[in-house]
Design a protein around this ligand. Structure first.
Ligand SMILES: Nc1ncnc2c1ncn2[C@@H]1O[C@H](COP(=O)(O)OP(=O)(O)O)[C@@H](O)[C@H]1O
Ligand SMILES: [Mg+2]
Length: 420
């Protein structure tokens, strides 16, 4: 069968690689793809927001299954359009994608279905948001408050303010960092304390199958310092959640969520991502994403032993509870190699060396191109993503770091403390 993957980063490279490794797959297309992805898929120049063009491409190239990497196409309703045309696609409908595209909507959804989450207020203006700070829900003037742009902001829409003065500043500056449209509505939240875990699952509308739990590192600097990025590294480790904690998340968060989606008329089919804070008071949901993360996907898919096509078909046919998805035991670790200047203004065009020397890890391309000489060069903020597996987290990390040390390009930056 033929597959179309929508997206152009390291996540989509990992998805394309998983499909191209399937004995059931003939051709893999990727829109847009990148220079690294073109080693495992045929890249087609269509952007993720060009829904009609993507559907036309799938229809005229005998694509049997489309897999969407990122949130942009989902929020625009790519799944509704494909389904209208009878094209098979993995992902939630536009209505279900609101769980990510509108944080205000998702907080109200959690409240309607009694999903444990931080106390919150949704504000329709900066003035209303500032007024909410005084109503006592978020403690006193010295209490931390989390200020969020409601709309999609590519990870730039959240400020954890240390006190009320910082919160007011954050509210007033939100439109300039997150964009006017995203900051049109503002969500204020109580600041939770605990360890963060991301739990991602396949969902078929009624049932779900968990992927290994992950943790990510969002800041550019070691020890979580400096500005936020798209993500500098992740790891999977089953020990991130105890069996009891997993049960609690299933009972208190996952089941009410899937049931709530059915009740509200948008059964969730696709990949559902829970951003969890494990507090002293139990697990609380920080957010939903309606797709897998980047680079969480890279850490997860290297451990998937079942054919991804089989998993996708089970999702589409509502048979997830009937298949046994196998994961490689142990752990995995992923380290991002970013360009000079990332995350502000990454430099492009630096020649990448040493890729062929990497033997024990997998290198996914996030932002690469070829120069006239045919060499790989940097062409994005996050350039390469190095993923390794191991029996323990230490083993996975040490393989990833040993292998990435063979790669170099001018200005290469990476964090040395992923998984620590
Ligand atoms: N209520 C909260 N309490 C404490 N930290 C929070 C809270 N909400 C968000 N955060 C922090 O901010 C990060 C980003 O928030 P999140 O809701 O995941 O938005 P996004 O991923 O869309 O930027 C979280 O990973 C977490 O570290
Ligand atoms: Mg998040």
């Amino acid at each position: 069968m033929n597959i179309l993957v929508v997206g152009s980063g390291g996540r989509e490279h990992a998805i394309c690689a998983a499909f191209s490794g399937s004995s059931r797959v003939g051709k893999v297309y990727c829109a847009n793809g990148n220079a690294g992805i073109s080693q495992v898929a045929e890249c087609v120049p269509i952007n993720p927001d060009e829904i009609q063009k993507l559907a036309n491409f799938a229809a005229s190239n005998a694509v049997d299954l489309t897999f969407v990497g990122g949130e942009t196409s989902l929020a625009l309703g790519i799944v509704d359009e494909f389904e209208k045309r009878g094209l098979r696609i993995i992902g939630p409908t536009k209505a279900a994608a609101e769980l990510e595209a509108s944080k205000a909507f998702s907080k109200d959804f959690m409240a309607r279905h009694a999903v444990p989450t931080a106390r919150y207020r949704n504000a329709d203006s900066t003035r209303a948001a500032v007024a909410f700070l005084n109503d006592g829900v978020f403690g006193d003037a010295h209490s931390p408050v989390v200020v969020k742009a409601s709309g999609l902001a590519a990870g730039k829409g959240v400020v954890v303010a240390a006190n009320r003065i910082e919160a007011v500043e954050a509210i007033q500056g939100l439109a300039s960092i997150a964009g006017e449209a995203a900051a049109d509505r503002i969500v204020l939240e109580e600041c939770l304390i605990g360890k963060e875990v991301s739990l991602i699952m396949f969902a078929d509308g009624e049932d779900f199958a968990l992927m290994p739990p992950t943790r990510d590192h969002k800041r550019i600097g070691e020890s979580e310092t400096g500005p936020n990025t798209g993500g500098m590294g992740t790891f999977t480790d089953d020990a991130l959640l105890s069996p009891e904690q997993t049960e609690q998340v299933i009972d208190e968060i996952i089941k009410p969520t899937l049931k709530g989606c059915i009740e509200e008329g948008f059964p969730f089919r696709g990949i559902l991502f829970l951003g969890l804070m494990m507090t002293y008071d139990g697990p609380k949901l920080l957010e939903y994403n309606v797709r897998s993360g980047d680079p969480e996907t890279q850490s997860i898919l290297v451990r998937l032993e079942t054919d991804l096509v089989d998993v996708c078909e089970a999702m589409l046919d509502g048979r997830l509870s009937k298949i046994d998805i196998k994961w490689k035991p142990g752990c995995s670790a992923t380290v991002v190699l970013a360009a000079e200047g990332y995350p502000y203004s990454p430099r492009k065009g630096d020649v990448i060396r040493g890729l062929a020397d990497v033997t024990e890890a997998i290198v996914f391309h996030a932002g690469t191109a070829r120069n006239e000489a045919g060499e790989f060069v940097t062409s994005g903020g996050r350039v390469l993503v190095v993923t390794a597996t191991g029996d323990t987290l230490d083993a996975a990390l040490s393989t990833a770091y040993r292998e990435l040390s063979k790669i170099s390009f001018e200005g290469m930056q990476f964090r040395r403390d992923i998984g620590r």
